[in-house]
Design a protein around this ligand. Structure first.
Ligand code: NAP
Length: 314
């Protein structure tokens, strides 16, 4: 099968398209024919080993010293079950699925074996029928992150919610989730993305490249920092202080992403009910993986960036 191999930690050019052995599922595994993967911030961290100094030694021991121990990277997949081991209960051949591979990696390939149970090696669920494979990759990654952190807000109808960094994979999904919950949504992004976030459900938009204050007395019941602690602005510092008395501020780096198939099921329900339509920025072919990583690494993707793997009829 074709797979993208990370030959060593380094620039996007270390990623190379190669022929490798197609995996064979064990009794407790499914074999997934992958139709789409995604290039996420997490993939670029792994490829470039962009790990904070204090974690570098333990992470090298865990992930591999000079290159990832699992040569095929890739965290997100959507595809079809080609075969299922005899102990598999949740899935059958032909099922369309989506999910994350976690520490199992391996989504940049034509095939991947996964267990049906959640673990640090991934989570899998039936794909939303209303979404293409490409859209499903955005829903999986953006949805798991957005739902996990938004759920901490106990958001109810009429609550004022501010999403800082609203135009990325997590941000665009978080807007739609907040809109489903009936919140009044304020979004922060740069000039080029103002119209996009409005179209997804923002009631008010603020351009962090032009504004460094909020309107007088603005207070929010919940604030999600969807871009993480490494990306900041004067406005972000102001936002942190604009909480209602029982409001909550959450940043996406507060805790590790949970690989949770129940949450994937909930994302599917919302997508199928028409509340979630993932936004795709660009779709690349496997051969264009280095270019895709270079683009994502700039830190300004809009919604999700997808890798098309096998030609899908979706
Ligand atoms: N907790 C975990 O386990 C976990 C797991 C995975 C990812 N993450 C974190 O989740 C974050 C979000 O991932 P993602 O893939 O959704 O992000 P993303 O799509 O890469 O987000 C990019 C967005 O960030 C915005 N941005 C860049 N610099 C900004 C700044 N200074 N102020 C405001 N917005 C800025 C950009 O918008 P503009 O172009 O408008 O600037 C762009 O749309 C990443 O930082 C990643 O580290 C956490």
């Amino acid at each position: 099968m074709k797979a993208i191999v990370c030959t060593k930690y380094g620039s996007p050019d270390v990623l190379q398209l190669r022929e490798i052995q197609k995996p064979v599922p064990k009794d407790d595994e499914v074999l997934i024919r992958i139709y789409a993967s995604a290039v996420t911030a997490s993939d670029t961290f792994i490829r470039g080993f962009k790990i904070p100094l204090k974690f570098r030694i333990p992470m090298r021991i865990m992930m591999g010293i000079t290159k990832p121990r699992k040569p095929v990277i890739g965290l997100v997949l959507a595809g079809e079950i080609e075969s299922a081991g005899k102990n598999i209960k949740r899935f059958k051949p032909g099922d369309q699925v989506y999910g994350l591979t976690g520490f199992g990696l391996g989504a940049y390939a034509e095939y991947k074996c996964m267990k049906e149970t959640d673990s640090k090696h991934g989570c899998l669920a039936l794909k939303p029928a209303t979404l293409s494979y490409e859209e499903a990759t955005v829903a999986a990654y953006g949805g798991l992150l957005a739902f996990q952190f938004m759920e901490k807000g106990n958001i109810r109808r009429g609550h004022k919610v501010l999403i800082y960094g609203a135009s990325g994979t997590t941000g665009t999904t978080a807007i739609q989730y907040a809109s489903y919950l009936g919140a009044k949504i304020t979004c922060v992004c740069s000039t080029t993305n103002l119209e996009l976030v409005k179209s997804l459900g923002a009631d008010e938009v603020i351009d962090y490249t032009k504004e460094d204050s909020l309107s007088l007395g603005a207070k929010y019941d919940f604030i999600l920092d969807a871009v993480g602690k490494s990306k900041t602005s004067k406005l972000k510092e102001v936002c942190k202080k604009a909480l209602a008395s029982d409001g909550k501020y959450v940043t996406i780096d507060d805790e590790a992403l949970l690989l949770d198939s129940n949450r994937l099921n909930r994302i599917r329900e919302l997508a199928e009910a028409g509340f979630l339509k993932p936004f795709i920025d660009r779709i690349y072919k496997m051969e264009e993986i280095a270019e895709a990583h270079r683009y994502v690494e700039k830190g300004h993707k809009r919604g999700g960036v997808v890798i098309e793997i096998n030609r899908a009829i979706s």
